[in-house]
Design a protein around this ligand. Sequence first.
Ligand SMILES: Cc1ncc(COP(=O)(O)O)c(C=O)c1O
Length: 463
Amino acid sequence: MFNSPLPQDSGPQAGGGQTAFYARSNKVPLPLIEKASGIYFWDSEGNRYIDVSSGPVVSNIGHGNSTVAERMAEQAKTMEYAFPRLARNHPNIEYSGRLAELAGPGFERVHLTSGGSEAMENAIKFLRQYAIATGKSSKTRIITCEPSYHGATIATLAMNGEILMQPFLDGFAEPSVKVPAPLNYRTPAGYDAAGYALHCAKCLDSTIQKLGKENVLAFVIEPIGGLSTGCVVPPGEYFSHIREICTRHDVHLVFDEILCGMGRTGRFLAAHHWPEAMPDIITLAKGLASGYSPLGAVLAPAVMVDKLADLSGFEFQYSYNANPVSCAAGLAVLEEYENRDLVNRADSSGKKILAGLKRLKTSISIIGDIRGMGMLLAVELVADPKTKQSFPNEFCLTDKIRIYGLNHGLMIYSRQTSGGKYGHWFLVSPPLTISDEEIDELLEGLGSALSELQANCLESGRR
Ligand SMILES: Cc1ncc(COP(=O)(O)O)c(C=O)c1O
């Protein structure tokens, strides 16, 4: 269907890699990446690609960082593993201390996991165990947003606001209760962004009252959207409202910062943008070890963790929690952040990228919206910018964005949620280390790829 010069992984081979599990109907080539450095990938054919989205917003410090690799190797040679139920280890103690310092007051305790979904699961398990230990065992219900993404374990799939998962979950896992996400481009008729955000906050309030506050454990939200909403940034007042509502109803407020944390938005935590509305718990992953090792974290207040430790303790454990090599990777990544001032660069370089994307919008009419914060940006493409009408599903827009990107040396992560109900977008979230010259190169490539895609859209529309 698509004309692409790139090789498609095909032959039946023992193992087959991850690709063997994907639908055979996938039409977008998956280049075989053999080398990576800075913002670039090279495939087996010698083609070079810019990592436009840091994968799924993982590779924050860029690829091929030998300092991090060496620190991991040193740790692996010195002491690669000690099971945290049986022994303590220095990298764990040092790393959790460093993260708590950066997170600031209210997040004095750090529980480490092997990734985002696991961090989300453990955050919920911690809150559930805390509720039971403090005599509030009727608190079982979780509220999340529609749309949203919190992971791919069975419990986190049930938390996601993704309509297409319904048949998978039916009779299998209990879905969380959903309230509308404070979207600000596709607001329903009669609402502006601020008015709709207020409406969404009121929905949270009425939903808690309907369920009975004694039954509601937590409200979990991505404070700045990622893959599920395309980097939606709610108005600041929304956070004051949800904080007040959760406090009034004795419901824990959880920020899923797995994607938007770790400096992406120009502050170490997205929560730091709204200090008057701090959540009770924050989850992190992805940029924590920036792709060098699997790592996730649950940040929690000492008052809760220490109280639970006195009562029952948090007893859930995975073999790879607080793995010393992952902690060494995390520590080395934080040093890179500090040495290269990456949180501030997310802000300054993000502004340059945003300005460049806005320039592209003046000549590319299929760009409907550009949104996000710092270096977490998304571009939503539409068939008609006046009506915000999306492209029909048959047009396979998210696939086409990726293909046109690859043809112009860009590895792009394009997404839609709930079968395109909320539109189609791609992320512009390169490694935070990107230089000014590389930003120009990225924008030039995007301009060419989108111009060609637009021509294809017009051509298809004519037929
Ligand atoms: C907001 C958010 N939460 C949770 C997850 C799950 O993280 P992981 O893929 O590391 O399990 C993701 C992954 O994309 C995410 O974007």
